[in-house]
Design a protein around this ligand. Structure first.
Ligand code: FE2
Length: 139
C-alpha cells in the first residue's frame, strides 16, 4: 500500500532524476511544430501552476483523514509538475518558440480548479490530465 511517506520518498528521488539530454538538438519538422505548438505552449503554461488551491484542498483532506504527511506529498507533486513545465519550456526555447503567459483553456481549467475544494475531484482531474500527457510525452 502506498502511504504519504512513500510518495514523499518517490517525489524526492524523482526530483534528482535528469531524464532529458538537453545537449541533443530537437528533431522536429516545421510542419510538426505547427501542428503541436499551441498544445505544447498551453501544456507548458498549465504545468507551471503554483498549486495554491490544491494545497488548500489537500490540507483540508489531510486534517479530515489525520495524515499530515499528505500535504507534503502533494507539495512535492506540485514541484514535480513544475519540473515538467520547466522541461517543456526548455524544449520550446530549443525550437525557438515562445512560452505563453495566457491560454483560454488554461484560464478555464484554472477557474474550475479554483472553484473545486474537493480532494477526490482534484485527484480525478490530475489523473486524467497526467494520463493524457503520457500520449504526448512518451513515444
Ligand atoms: Fe505533468
Amino acid at each position: 500500500m502506498q502511504t504519504s511517506k512513500n510518495w514523499i520518498e518517490h517525489f524526492k528521488a524523482n526530483a534528482l532524476q535528469k531524464r532529458v539530454n538537453w545537449d541533443l538538438n530537437p528533431h522536429i519538422t516545421r510542419k510538426e511544430i505547427k501542428t503541436i505548438l499551441p498544445s505544447l505552449q498551453a501544456w507548458q503554461l498549465g504545468e507551471t501552476s503554483e498549486g495554491k488551491n490544491l494545497i488548500m484542498a489537500s490540507t483540508r483532506y489531510a486534517e479530515r483523514i489525520g495524515d499530515p504527511d499528505y500535504v507534503n506529498a502533494v507539495k512535492l507533486f506540485i514541484k514535480e509538475e513544475q519540473k515538467h513545465g520547466n522541461n517543456l519550456g526548455h524544449y520550446l526555447d530549443s525550437i525557438n518558440k515562445p512560452r505563453i503567459k495566457k491560454d483560454w483553456g488554461d484560464s478555464l481549467f484554472r477557474r474550475i480548479r479554483y472553484m473545486n475544494t474537493n480532494m477526490e475531484t482534484w485527484t480525478l482531474a490530475v489523473i486524467v490530465v497526467e494520463s493524457t500527457a503520457q500520449y504526448f510525452i512518451r513515444p
